[in-house]
Structure formats: structure tokens, C-alpha cells
Design a protein around this ligand. Structure first.
Ligand SMILES: NC(=O)c1ccc[n+]([C@@H]2O[C@H](COP(=O)([O-])OP(=O)(O)OC[C@H]3O[C@@H](n4cnc5c(N)ncnc54)[C@H](OP(=O)(O)O)[C@@H]3O)[C@@H](O)[C@H]2O)c1
Length: 231
């Protein structure tokens, strides 16, 4: 059986994406062949395609950080999973393909009836956001947090999970994204027109408990003011 997948042979823009046809991969011992229903397109995918992400694979490679698909064939030594079952995975690369073989231990069951394209949006962005909130910062109800890039994939996930955790949230974004940040329970701060440090102090009086900064660069140091109790 043949299938198609997308490869990057030179790092660069979307024009570097190529579609190739080849024999379908066979699952090895402990692996499962998954028919991909939906693959995410995230900023890390784009950065890998451009060759600037720290986890960029060497070329040629198939992009695709996360996927939702259907179990199609079991390799030797696989049990407890059936063909036809819907699963999610986070292979980091390889998901832009019709079929992909993955170790069984990397597959997570997906409840039936969910739309695959909606479900895949939860995988990379929400795992990242969950870990930032609950494993790194260990936030507690009532804490005040500042989320940079609040309108992005990770930022909106942080807002939704932060709302469930009972946080008071502020989020930097451009003016066009402010309504989206407000709708998700954040107080928007326009990073293009406002100094976020001054604005946070104006809004809160004393700063915040936690800052999530996926942007980095020069403004990064402005997140921490050791002389203040908070930000
Ligand atoms: N996606 C993931 O799950 C994941 C996992 C690990 C790490 N990361 C890293 O997290 C970062 C964000 O990824 P993402 O997927 O959320 O990206 P994204 O969806 O492209 O969102 C990035 C957001 O950043 C905003 N932005 C740009 N410059 C800004 C600035 N100076 N201050 C505040 N906001 C600014 C933009 O907002 P406006 O539209 O409002 O301008 C945009 O919505 C990347 O560095 C990525 O590598 C992401």
C-alpha cells in the first residue's frame, strides 16, 4: 500500500514543503500504524521547518508535532489496543503524513465522537500550558498571573486553563487580539502601545505572582523586579 507524506529537504518557508509518495511504513515490534486524521500546525512546526527550533530534526524530515488518528495496524508485541480506536500522539515530527508508525506507549486514547481537528488543537498547546501552570509555576487559586503572547496558541490555552484554576489573569497582545483575550477571562495589555510593566503596576498596584513569557528577547528581563514584592 502506498501513502503520501510531506517532507522538508531545505529549511525555509512554506515553499520548501514537498509532497512525496512512497510505500506505507510497516509497524515494528511494539509499534502501531496510525492513519492520521488531523495534524496540528503550531509555531514550533513553523520554526522547525525554518530550521530555528532547538529540536529541529536534520533534513530531510516530515514536520508535524502532534496528531489525532485511527489505529490501523498493530506490530508484533502490541496488545490492549484495537484497530479502529482513535488516538492522539505528540511525535514532535512526522505527523504530516497519511500514515505514521509510533510506539504503542506514545498513544493516548481519544474519546469517540470528537472532531479530530478540534481534538488535535488540545495536544501540544494544552500540554505545554498545563505543564507551565501546574508543574513549573504550581499556581494556586486566586494568584495573579501575567501571560505574554496571550492571544497565541499557548497563550489562549493558558487563559482557558488559568480560568479553570481560578487565577486573576493579565495578557499582553496586540489591539486586534484584545477581544479574544477578554473573552477568555484575561485583562488585555497592548504590548505595541503600552509599557507592560507600568500597566501591570497601574492595574494591580503591586505586580503579579507568576509571569509566563514564551516571547523572550529584550523585554524578558522586565518581567522581574527583585525590589518589589511581586513583578
Ligand atoms: N505551541 C506550543 O505548544 C509550544 C510548545 C512549546 C513551546 N512553544 C513556544 O511558545 C512560543 C509561543 O508559541 P505559540 O504556539 O503560542 O505561538 P503563536 O500561536 O504564534 O502565538 C504567538 C503570539 O505572540 C504574540 N506576540 C508577538 N510578539 C509579542 C510581544 N512582543 N509581546 C506579547 N505578545 C507577542 C502574538 O500576538 P498578537 O497576535 O496579539 O500580536 C501571537 O499571538 C514559541 O516560542 C514556541 O516555540 C510553543
Amino acid at each position: 500500500m502506498r501513502h503520501t507524506r510531506i517532507i522538508v529537504t531545505h529549511y525555509g518557508g512554506p515553499e520548501e514543503l514537498r509532497v512525496i509518495e512512497e510505500e506505507c511504513p510497516e509497524p515494528k515490534n511494539g509499534e502501531v500504524r496510525v492513519r492520521v486524521l488531523a495534524a496540528g500546525v503550531s509555531l514550533p512546526d513553523i520554526m522547525a521547518r525554518e530550521g530555528v527550533h532547538p529540536e529541529t530534526p536534520p533534513v530531510p524530515f516530515t514536520p508535524g508535532w502532534d496528531l489525532v488518528g485511527v489505529v490501523e495496524r498493530l506490530g508484533d508485541g502490541v496488545s490492549g489496543i484495537e484497530p479502529g480506536q482513535t488516538v492522539a500522539a505528540l511525535p514532535i515530527h512526522g505527523a504530516y503524513a497519511e500514515f505514521v508508525c509510533l510506539p504503542q506507549r506514545e498513544l493516548v486514547p481519544v474519546p469517540s465522537g470528537l472532531d479530530a481537528a478540534e481534538a488535535v488543537s488540545l495536544v501540544l498547546n494544552y500540554i505545554t500550558a498545563y505543564q507551565m501552570l501546574h508543574r513549573s509555576a504550581k499556581v494556586r487559586q486566586g494568584q495573579r498571573v501575567l501571560i505574554h503572547g496571550a492571544a497565541g496558541g499557548v497563550g489562549t490555552a493558558l487563559l482557558q486553563l488559568g480560568r479553570l484554576a481560578g487565577l486573576e489573569m493579565y495578557g499582553t497582545c496586540s489591539s486586534r487580539s484584545a477581544p479574544a483575550v477578554s473573552d477568555l477571562g484575561g485583562i488585555p495589555i497592548d504590548y505595541q502601545l503600552q509599557d507592560f510593566v507600568k500597566e501591570i503596576h497601574r492595574l494591580t498596584g503591586e505586580g503579579v505572582d507568576v509571569v509566563f513569557d514564551p516571547i523572550g528577547g529584550t523585554p524578558y528581563g522586565k518581567n522581574i523586579r527583585p525590589s518589589r514584592k511581586r513583578l
